[in-house]
Design a protein around this ligand. Sequence first.
Ligand code: 4AD
Ligand code: MG
Length: 484
Amino acid sequence: MFNKRITIKDLLASEQTNYQATVMGWVRTFRNNQFIALNDGSTNNNIQVVAELGKFDDNLLKRLTTGACIKATGEVIPSLGKGQKVELKADAIEILGDSDAEKFPLQPKKHSLEFLREVAHLRFRTNTFGAVFRVRHSLAFAIHKFFNDKGFVYLHTPIITASDAEGAGEMFRVTTLPVDGTAPKNDDGSINFKEDFFGRSTNLTVSGQLEGELAAMAFSNIYTFGPTFRAENSNTTRHLAEFWMIEPEVAFNDLEDNMNLAEEFIKYVIRHAMENNKEDLEFLAQRLEEEEKQKPQAERSELGLIDKLNFVVNNEFQRLTYTEAIDILRESNHNKKKKFQYLVDKWGVDLQSEHERYLVEKHFKKPVILTDYPAEIKAFYMRLNENCEPGRQTVAAMDILAPGIGEIVGGSQREERMERLLKRMEEMHIPAEELWWYLDTRRFGSCPHAGFGLGFERLVQFVTGMGNIRDVIPFPRYPKSAEF
Ligand code: 4AD
Ligand code: MG
């Protein structure tokens, strides 16, 4: 058996000394031809491996370069140096993999996040990305635990579908037909997808919700957690073409139950990360603080990362309707002084992220749940509200807006009434024949139900304080970029 190592995290955590141990990892730095800072990704902290002067061959010492992978065996002893309790006094050092110091792109210094994106295959070996992806893991685990403990069934919804769940038409096509112009055609010149692999036109899913609803009509509580795809040409710090989404769907829940579930869920997973990723979050908080210092005073956030997370888990989210939000925005000094790029003038307009951020960061200074949006600007499956003011038809929708992020959750109570759903689909040009299976749930034992979608990367951004969504997913997909 080769692998008899102790992880660096465990080694550093134990107070014990004077025993033999083996560690393996990647060299971060090698100082004074004597001190190796070694990291194996179990923690951001390095173990100091001491190669006593004169004990090792010069040829070996030369190969201890940044990035090299080594195995070191020796005695764990109390450390004289600052910042660590123990270190490893090496008896044997073996190079497992050399790293050419001239060519290795990561130097023992601070690199920009933009540069590190270009070497995303190696950026896991930096402190920032080590911390980010351990927190990401922890959040994913907490999500499964939260729903599992509540008796939800984890549903795997298809990645390839023939439907557009959001009706927004932002889909990546999936086909095996040739793209050189020789694909079979219909009489009218359009491509004949009957000849395609699935015998129809298919795309990558934008959401697992519709399939999720089918399963909720049997298990009562389900959730999905998988990749979703949007071909929107958005070059922002909040959008990816491939992102992960968590979509719970619950039979017998109304909009208020839905909001309660979402708020409890978000607080639970943040708390989990705070309890299980203390060191990583403290590191990220420090990183953010330094980054903030570069900004002009007015743009700096008032709270540090840990304080912000504490604030969110300990305070109730502000709940208000779209109509109330529009009134606040219209009356705001920001709007009157024309500081918004898109001025808020009339009821019915879609909210831009500048408006969402104003409400969250300037007005309420806490997460906000906006409800009851105009039907016009929301998806076909959302439940029509009763007794609306004339000309102001709303739906039982809810969006959760987070400080620094904007929309983190989108959800609604679903339209469970067949007649209304059909009418809505017709108005919005959603082909009912293609969604016959979705409509069947309204034919056979329909019931009130609700659900939401949480964008996983936006959650990871919020918890880690990372400014760009491209830095919280291992290999980001965005316009003009699909490297790695
Ligand atoms: O608001 P959206 O489009 O809602 C749905 O897809 C519903 N089917 C969810 C449901 O009710 N089951 O997307 C949900 C969330 C957004 O609030 C946002 O956090 C995230 O998904 N999201 C994105 N994240 C990264 N990049 C993108 N391009 C995103 N588009 C949406
Ligand atoms: Mg949305």
